[in-house]
Design a protein around this ligand. Structure first.
Ligand SMILES: [Fe+2]
Ligand SMILES: [Fe+2]
Length: 168
């Protein structure tokens, strides 16, 4: 007679994210969206110099896309029975154009790292539609990253998986 302990599929259980934890994590994602909106709104208007005119126009488009992300993430939090967060994460400012773009580049990397993890967590919970919504946001965020890296004349940075999801 088989026992529960002998079920091979459960012999090495990964620590699964609960729905409550997912709400908390999505709220952290949500706090990054208004942060991005504010920085793109401000930077797109204050960037000076002929070499930055293209990217300034690009940043205006980013701002609008970040708003749509905030709405999608809020909708997912509400669907999970949570209350969407209302505080944006701190926005960094600089007088220097290059430094502003560098801040955005770093934030986008952090955002992408988190959304990639969120897709895995949603899939693990069987929330496939939510994972799909986040994949669509990820496509925008990767475009943002590429635009910023290009404006800075840098290679697009490789984004490493967070420590918690490494299979070691
Ligand atoms: Fe976003
Ligand atoms: Fe973005």
């Amino acid at each position: 007679m088989p026992t529960k302990e002998e079920n091979p599929s459960q012999s090495h259980p990964e620590k699964a994210t609960t729905r409550e934890e997912l709400v908390d994590l999505l709220n952290q994602d949500l706090e990054r969206e208004p942060q991005a909106i504010i920085s793109y709104v401000v930077y797109s208007q204050v960037l000076k110099g002929a070499e930055y005119m293209n990217i300034a126009g690009e940043l205006e488009k980013h701002a609008a896309e970040e708003l749509s992300h905030a709405l999608i993430i809020s909708n997912q939090i509400d669907y999970l029975g949570g209350m969407p967060a209302v505080t944006p994460k701190q926005v960094r400012t600089s007088e220097k154009a290059k430094q502003m773009l560098q801040f955005d580049l770093e934030n986008e990397q952090e955002t992408i790292r988190n959304y990639r993890e969120r897709v895995r967590q949603c899939d693990a919970l069987g929330e496939y539609a939510m994972a799909e919504h986040i994949r669509e946001i990820l496509m925008d965020e990767q475009d943002h990253l590429i635009a910023l890296a290009t404006a800075l004349g840098e290679d697009v940075p490789v984004i490493k998986a967070p420590r918690s999801t490494k299979n070691t």
